[in-house]
Design a protein around this ligand. Sequence first.
Ligand code: 5PR
Length: 378
Amino acid sequence: MASPRHAEISGAGFAGLTVATALAQKGWTVRVHERTQDLRAEGAGIVLWGNSLVVLDKLGATPDLESRAMHSPAYETRMNNVIRSQERLEGVRWISVTRPHLYATLLTAARESGVEIISGSEVTGATPDGRISFADGTSAEADLVVGADGVGSAVRDSLGIPLKRERSRDGITRFLVPRHKAELQLLEPDTDWDNYIDFWNIEPRVLRVLYVPCNEEEVYIALMAPVSDAQGSKVPIDLALWTENFPHLAPVLEEAAKLHGKYYGYQTTRVDHWTEGRVAIIGDAAHAMCPALAQGAGCSIHNAWTLATVATQAADDELGDALREWERLERPITDRAQDRSQYYADTRQMAQGNQFQGDVIETAMYNPTDPHRHEVNA
Ligand code: 5PR
């Protein structure tokens, strides 16, 4: 029997852990390098849609993930605290979870699948023939190298892959805080506070709070303000400003004000290509996007899955061609998600409500595990 093929992966984020687990489950030996000493997720909460949940199903991670998750009855949109829509999203699979919980779930799946994870190991680059190099001067060889090393990807940059970066006018500060359901219900008794609620204010001032319950105890809140608004983008947050604009959210805003937080300006990076020989880039290294469609991690996870599938099916001496074909088939849906996320961020159109149809849910409905997904119906 042939010896198993070997993959070296840079980055133990959502994309890196997903591709590592998928490859290990398909018989590869896998090593993941994480630059930081700690293995943990940055950020607060996340919405996952069908396109990533089907991958987590395949990895066997769903029961663990859903043991601490929220399926909100509706996606509600408000303008100046008046409800514009409550969308039930029938037929669309989606859940909200905390990022630490998603991370812990993927870490468990990776370890149980035999993936070796090395923290404090910084990757400096890779070459198309499958050599990966490290900050300590050593290097290693692999049949497949994956750069899942984020928006500042060293693997991508070492290959000289050109990219364009565009910044948007808005940005966001994210927090995970206790739900304070009883206190919220005192302020607004008619609400059960289980909905995902997107609170927009455009006039007189652009400020928005996303309220996303992630389980019984925790709610993810994201505070959006233009980059040009020094007071709105300040951390720790200006509690008086936010409670004045969102009085119904005072109990959770008070919790956010106790935390430091980091304001992130929205950005989109477009790269020229995703593969070079035996090297592929995935996740934010390949397609950082605005969060409007909540598909940054979703696309990362589904592209990680399809990459592992294609690499496993390809003969070793045809891997380079197989990876190029993977990009040709899989990239367009991610490009569209990126374009639309940027469009919705730039136009702030989600404030209108009644969003979830057509274009907006195309990515959510994509099934990267369906072998017939690229067949065109005659
Ligand atoms: N949806 C989610 C989200 O976290 C953000 C947006 C939409 C789940 C912000 O990070 O529109 O910016 C958004």
